[in-house]
Design a protein around this ligand. Structure first.
Ligand code: TYD
Ligand code: ZN
Length: 407
């Protein structure tokens, strides 16, 4: 059944999707027989309230050197990372010669701003392909998984960090205690950890079941984050709710008692109690809504297929691996998926084996319906693709519920 990775209590299983492929492992058309599969099941810990995957494939398998994800793939995220870079600079103001470390810097979407400004920095990331793009932007990257040994080496060679930043990375690290000890050892006494990850409250509210996949080991609530920081005597002193990646929680963490705890922290904790986020009945209720969306989406696509409509997918997101495989959506229902990432094009989506084609394929000619897998970029994409809608094309949405837009 599985134990909580944070406190060892037995997990309460509330969601199960069966055998799944790795969400970012796009396959060469002649290599489909070699796919790695694992059981995707989600549990909640009734003792510390950490929501987490029961089984997790090893990190070396999930994040190989050619990991195709690129943080800079949307204008929205480029703007987002430029803004937080300036913010982190201000947070490190107390230091004479600020040193900022980013865990999981990917292609340097955030650090390129600091590199340009001449701020002392280091990115740590095991993905060589993404790191080489970061290098091109003048970002200093250590190609490695971040752990206690790497953190100690960085501190020895470059001194303590004034700020450690991790975006969509901490929730990926199964050995959370190890990662936090490493951060604890790297941070200066006055240092600040800033991390942002998909927020459980947003996942539950929007029935965003596609946030569950191999890379997301943890689904943070502020209640659970507070508990996980305790062994290192760290605490969240401020929190922000972000409107990216479907809704994220950004936590500002320092050594316990060092800074006043903001009103936003108290408000967020209280809201989590009211919204039944730390409540098994609330999670079972969510699970039933997930089943309904899975069924309805599959039925809608079958109807469109029976009526002879062309449907293509938009955005070969990691999230879409859960949608296609959990709903049984393959190339017979969705002709291809278009995506702007060169590393994904010409390959097949994991498990479902839908061909990935470049964005130009979308208009050549436009399909009748586009299934919006990159729903977290809906505004940017619908603006860019307004000719599709103007010509009578319609979007198929499934977050927060199955819908056709315009109706
Ligand atoms: P992302 O939002 O990071 O989702 P996930 O974490 O689930 O992979 O990925 C967005 C994907 O959509 C990425 O592969 C790039 C692609 N994309 C396009 O093809 N066109 C676009 O206009 C945008 C914004 C994204
Ligand atoms: Zn626990």
């Amino acid at each position: 059944m599985g134990e909580c990775r944070v406190c060892n209590a037995p997990l309460e299983l509330f969601l199960s999707f069966g055998r799944m492929p790795l969400a970012d492992r796009f396959v060469e058309p002649d290599r489909v027989a070699d796919e790695y599969l694992y059981d995707l099941a989600v549990g909640a810990c009734p003792a510390c309230w950490m929501v987490q995957l029961v089984d997790v494939p090893p990190p070396e398998v999930v994040f190989p050197p050619d990991y195709p994800y690129r943080s800079s793939a949307s204008q929205r995220m480029r703007d987002h990372f430029a803004a937080i870079a300036s913010r982190l600079r201000r947070l490190a103001r107390h230091s004479r010669d600020p040193f900022v470390v980013e865990i999981g810097c990917n292609d340097g979407a955030m650090l390129r701003t600091l590199a340009r400004a001449g701020v002392r920095h280091l990115g740590v990331d095991p993905a060589a392909g993404a790191a080489s793009t970061a290098h091109e932007y003048g970002v200093d990257v250590l190609e490695a998984f971040f752990d206690e040994e790497v953190a100690a080496r960085v501190r020895d060679e470059r001194g303590p960090a004034d700020v450690v930043y991790a975006a969509n990375t901490l929730c990926h690290i199964a050995d959370l205690h190890g990662a936090l000890r490493a951060i604890d050892g790297l941070l200066d006494d006055e240092g600040i950890l800033v991390f942002e990850d998909p927020y459980l409250a947003d996942i539950v509210t929007a029935t965003a079941f596609d946030q569950f996949y191999d890379e997301h080991v943890y689904y943070f609530s502020l209640a659970a984050v507070g508990r996980m920081l305790e062994p290192c005597a760290l605490e969240v002193f401020d929190v922000e709710h972000l409107d990216v990646h479907g809704g994220e929680l950004r936590c500002y963490v320092g050594r316990k008692g060092r800074r006043p705890v903001s009103e936003a922290v108290r408000r967020t904790l209280a809201a989590e109690q009211v919204s039944r986020l730390v409540d098994l009945d609330g999670l079972y209720d969510f699970s039933r809504r997930v089943d309904a969306v899975r069924r309805q989406l599959r039925e809608l696509l079958e109807e469109l297929h029976a009526a002879g409509r062309r449907v293509v997918g938009y955005g070969a997101t990691a999230k879409s691996a859960t949608v296609t495989n959990a709903c049984g959506i393959g190339p017979e229902l969705v002709e291809f998926v278009c995506d702007s990432t060169p590393e994904k094009q010409g390959k097949l989506t994991p498990g479902a084996h839908i061909p990935v084609r470049p964005p130009e394929a979308f208009a050549d000619p436009y399909p009748d319906y586009a299934l919006l897998f990159a729903w977290n970029h809906a505004a940017e994409i619908r603006r860019k693709e307004h000719d599709f809608e103007a010509g009578g094309g319609r979007w198929v949405l499934y977050i927060p519920e199955v819908a056709i837009s315009p109706p």
